[in-house]
Ligand binder design. Structure first.
Ligand SMILES: [Zn+2]
Ligand SMILES: [Zn+2]
Length: 881
């Protein structure tokens, strides 16, 4: 039984991380007893490596699952990764670019092969990192969204939705990325405020010479595609224009004036241009009025032939040219500065282009209704609750979801186009011929599904659906989801809709939304700012346990998490404190020849008597442990991880280490305490390790294994399989808490008084404790402990204290220390010196403040500061006297 002198987590953390995996102890077993507690990981992108946000998420999940496991629940934490369509495709395309080739050079099949190769090579990064960080998930159930099983689920869902009329193909305005060459869902478009312009253009009204209407636009190049202008039917200013037409400048095209609410009489001139091919609102107005769509910008964001003289120009070059021409022909009324919200591709930052195209959609309204209901009736609960409102807002305003992506990496849409009769066949299996005309010329749709389509099925596809597996029956619905707010809509909402549709049951009962990790200045971490904390780097530096503890301490629900290295350092000091306490206990066990021991049934153990009495500090520590256990259980259950961490910290450092171990030290010094009482110490320590285990799994496992090296057959293999300490009424011992409380109070008083009076901490002092209650007797009983812990020899008097120079009082006690002569003289000398310096400073300041020349030249700020200092010196001097 040895324990290293220095706490070096790097020496044992990787060992336990691997050992937990190898032993298979976190493998879920549907047949296991206990209440089921299951949870699926928010699958990280397969392209990624762990960032600090993952580490926070995984720490919170791991604490929860370890705690549940120790409660005896039948737990499953299912891990896996997402194929992340567009993100992964971009990574591989970038690699190809280094070789000087594009995916088109390779062709679809070859390109897909390259992505799989890439996945084989780098896709395990996340897994390796998670293992290293101690995630206690079931790797035997690891899933990938493109696994054959999950792909089958995707097809099944697509076909069933199609058969139900909830998947359809249609022409619609989509957000198009001209760089990535794919449609983007609204959620994949990032909006940023940019400084732009508002161009006011006038269109002449046909048949009314000299009459113009003025429209304002932020995108003048789109006017080339205008097919109408709109006015509001109620707008009196334009009654005379009803049924008229205007002449489109430059293109010289006659376009109609439509009456539509798109034009708001309160806004601008009350006239708007209508470009159905390049704006969503205009597209819808165009549908209402049956307007032609003229596409003037293409998929590469270049002007089409329909743009006349500007064909072939980039959209931004075209803008300049159009504005110049409008100015030249006198159609430009004015230009204003204007702040606008520019939509850009979330992946590549290219401004998106609204384009009309044929895509696949999911009809969302019918799915959303049920998903709103389950939150309203409490079957799903968001924590913190304020996210519920955000969820409703989105769900009530939900639009159809464009699910097709013009990519090569992903689930290819299970639809086939007949080349003969243009029939579209949607099927689970590749069809051999067209059911309508019998042709065998069927070509599969080239698009793939949005990545979130497959991750939306994650809680049931990972458990074997559409097969009715035991896993599915046991672990669905899952108990909890822990995730970030940024994917509340992308992912959480869609899982709820899909779960209800296909399982007829919610996918989880609770959703805990964690906050964002920020740096010391409260800034979001980003590579460009250079303030990113790499989990693996800090793990190497401080150890995983310290990082976990540091994160948990600041993980209050609903607030941003300010993570600093200082916090990690103090958490490491905390681990070190525990290590040293263990080492101290070890060495004394050895010295006393005590045997490692753990109670058969911890939940029944109470401190035992030694020489007639149960030692007071044992009764006390078990009572405190009991209290801590009660509070920590409650904190973890309600996701108040910060509270759990602070409770553990307070108990272990400031009660167990600072007092219990110190009191035991006194017993060890005293020969009578050398042999007995070890069972109490070991049980208390082992219990403490269990309490801490979910938060700091490595150090607790390491110490636990060292304390109990030779356990018999059938013994537990890991502390993570031990039971979690629970509150027991019989372990509460108020009398012991009161007694040790008095001891702590007196020792703390004495220490504080000594510091305040600037007395030498090494010199033993004498003093008197005055107290007029029964507490005096209790304190007196611990006179020896007080003498050793505070280095003060006390007399006890049941009377009121006289007035004295070195005195400190609490509700019950007055403590007077006798200040030795030698120390009094030293103190007087120090004070005289201080006084002399202060007087000198005061004279200096006064001289400056009476110097007219100085006052006339010095800035007011300087003069004020001298005045403030003078006042301060005078106050200090008064205090000394
Ligand atoms: Zn893009
Ligand atoms: Zn056909």
């Amino acid at each position: 039984m040895q324990i290293d002198k220095v706490y070096e987590p790097q020496r044992f953390e990787p060992h336990w991380a691997q050992s937990w995996i190898d032993s298979g102890i976190y493998r879920a077993n549907p047949a296991a007893p206990g209440r089921v507690f299951s949870l699926v990981i928010p699958p990280p992108n397969v392209t990624g490596s762990l960032h600090i946000g993952h580490m926070l998420e995984h720490t919170e999940i791991d604490v929860t699952i370890r705690w549940r496991r120790m409660l005896g629940h039948n737990t499953l934490w299912l891990p896996g990764t997402d194929h992340a369509g567009i993100a992964t495709q971009m990574v591989v395309e970038r690699k190809l670019a280094e070789e000087g080739i594009t995916r088109r050079d390779l062709g679809r099949e070859e390109f897909e092969k390259r992505v799989w190769q890439w996945k084989e090579q780098y896709g395990d990064n996340i897994k390796r990192q998670m293992i290293r960080l101690g995630a206690s998930c079931d790797w035997s159930r690891e899933r990938f969204t493109l696994d054959p099983g999950l792909s089958r689920a995707v097809r099944e869902v697509f076909v069933r939705l199609y058969e139900k009329g909830l998947v359809y193909r249609g022409e619609y305005m989509v957000n198009w990325c001209p760089r990535c060459h794919t449609a983007l869902s609204d959620l994949e478009v990032a909006h940023t405020d940019v400084a732009g312009h508002l161009w006011h253009i006038r269109y002449p009204v046909n048949g009314m010479p000299g009459r113009f209407v003025t429209v304002a636009t932020t995108r003048p190049e789109t006017m080339l595609g205008d097919t109408a202008i709109a006015i509001n039917a109620k707008d009196a200013r334009y009654f005379e224009l009803h049924a008229k037409t205007v002449q489109l400048p430059i293109m010289d095209r006659e376009i109609s004036i439509i009456l539509d609410d798109l034009a708001d009489p309160e806004f601008g001139t009350g006239v708007v241009k209508v470009t159905p091919a390049h704006d969503l609102n205009d597209f819808e107005a165009g549908r209402r009025h049956n307007l032609p769509k003229i596409k003037v910008i293409d998929e590469n964001a270049r002007m089409t032939d329909a743009a006349g003289p500007y064909a072939g120009l980039d959209r931004f070059e075209a803008r300049k040219a159009v504005v110049a021409e409008l100015e030249k022909i006198g159609a430009l009324v004015k230009v204003e500065d204007y702040k606008l919200s520019l939509g850009t591709c979330q992946r590549c930052k290219t401004p998106v282009e609204p384009l009309v195209s044929t895509q696949w959609f999911v009809k969302m309204k019918p799915l959303a209704e049920k998903a709103i209901e389950v939150v309203e009736n409490g079957r799903i609960e968001f924590i913190p609750a304020n996210w519920t409102k955000t969820y409703y807002e989105w769900m009530y305003n939900i639009r159809d979801w464009c699910i097709s992506r013009q990519l090569w990496w992903g689930h290819r849409i299970p639809a086939w186009h007949c080349q003969e009769c243009h029939e579209i066949v949607v099927a689970r299996e590749t069809p051999s011929s067209c059911p309508r005309c019998g042709s065998e010329e069927l070509v599969q749709d080239t698009d793939v599904l949005d990545t979130w389509f497959s991750s939306g099925l994650w809680p049931f596809s990972t458990l074997g659906w559409p097969d009715q597996t035991t896993d599915l029956a046991t672990y669905y619905p899952t108990s909890l989801l822990i995730t970030g707010f940024d994917i509340l809509f992308f992912w959480v909402a869609r899982m709820i809709m899909m779960g209800l549709e296909f399982m007829g049951e919610v996918p989880f009962h609770q959703v805990y939304i964690h906050a964002l990790v920020r740096d010391a200045e409260g800034q979001k971490m980003s590579k460009t700012k250079g303030n990113v904390i790499d989990p693996l780097v800090v793990t190497e530096k401080y150890g995983t346990d310290a990082i976990r503890m540091a994160m948990l301490q600041c993980a209050a629900p609903g607030t941003d998490i300010i993570l600093t290295e200082a916090r990690m350092e103090s958490s490491r000091a905390f681990a070190n404190k525990i290590w040293n306490a263990a080492r101290f206990l070890f060495m004394n066990m050895e010295r006393c020849g005590a045997e490692p021991w753990v109670p058969e049934r911890l939940e029944e153990f109470l401190p035992e008597a030694e020489g007639g009495d149960v030692p007071i500090e044992d009764r006390w520590i078990f009572s405190r442990l009991n209290d801590c256990a009660q509070q920590v259980n409650r904190a973890i259950e309600t996701y108040r991880y910060h509270e759990a961490a602070q409770l553990l910290w307070q108990f272990i450092w400031h009660e167990f280490c600072d007092w219990y171990v110190e009191l035991k030290k006194l017993r060890f010094e005293d020969n009578s305490g050398l042999t007995a009482g070890w069972r109490n110490i070991l049980a208390a320590f082992e219990n403490t390790l269990r309490l801490l285990h979910p938060a700091m799994p490595f150090i607790t496992e390491e110490l636990w294994q060292r304390f109990l090296p030779s356990r018999g057959e059938g013994a537990l293999r890991s502390i993570s399989l031990a039971t979690y300490p629970q509150y027991r009424r019989e372990a509460t011992d108020f009398a012991a808490e009161r007694e040790i409380g008095i001891l702590q109070e007196v020792v703390t008083m004495a220490r504080t008084l000594r510091t305040e009076s600037k007395l030498d901490p090494k010199q033993q002092l004498t003093g008197t404790l005055y107290c007029r209650t029964a507490a005096l007797e209790v304190a007196q009983r611990h006179a020896e402990a007080i003498r050793k812990l505070a280095n003060v020899k006390l007399e006890f008097k049941a009377e009121a204290a006289p007035k004295a120079p070195a005195i400190r009082s609490t509700a019950e006690f007055d403590l007077v220390l006798e200040v030795p002569k030698s120390q009094e003289e030293a103190k007087a000398r120090r004070e005289a010196k201080e006084r002399e310096q202060l007087e000198k400073n005061i004279a200096n300041s006064k001289r400056q403040l009476s110097d007219e020349v100085f006052l006339s030249k010095a800035p007011q700020k300087v003069v004020d500061s001298i005045r403030a200092k003078l006042a301060d010196y005078e106050a200090q001097l008064a205090k000394l006297s």
